[in-house]
Design a protein around this ligand. Sequence first.
Ligand code: RTP
Ligand code: MG
Length: 140
Amino acid sequence: MALERTFSIIKPDATRRNLTGAINAKFEEAGLRIVAQKRIHLTKAQAGVFYAVHAERPFYDELCEFMASAPIVAQVLEGEGAIAKNREVMGATNPADAAAGTIRAEFAESVGENSVHGSDAPETAAVEIAYFFSGLELVG
Ligand code: RTP
Ligand code: MG
């Protein structure tokens, strides 16, 4: 399998509870390398652009409010099959459905405030990485 990069966000519910290090440990234990990372506080409009694909969903406004409610940690993770591996480490969107040992099973508070985001395909990973990072900031 090829070396791949994916985009990750440690969401406001997790930064608020000082879980950045615990979540990063899960990524590193799974063999994912953090090749870029920054802590930023999004505006609601910036969150809205990032989640534009969900604009018609009933939870969109609440999701954008939440993503702008506290700092996030934006990251690029690299590894063999990084996109699928990251989604495996995150667990299901709803923590009630997430497998034991996954980030969402251990840390998520609800289906909305679920601690992490991870890209779902190579195309979305490329777009999401480019929204947050320049090429010079990716240090493999
Ligand atoms: P993500 O995009 O954040 O990695 O999560 P995902 O693929 O597992 O879930 P997705 O369907 O893409 O939904 C994006 C985010 O929207 C929030 N959400 N809230 N209240 C709800 O029913 C609901 N459903 C989704 C979550 O924060 C989810 O991660
Ligand atoms: Mg998604």
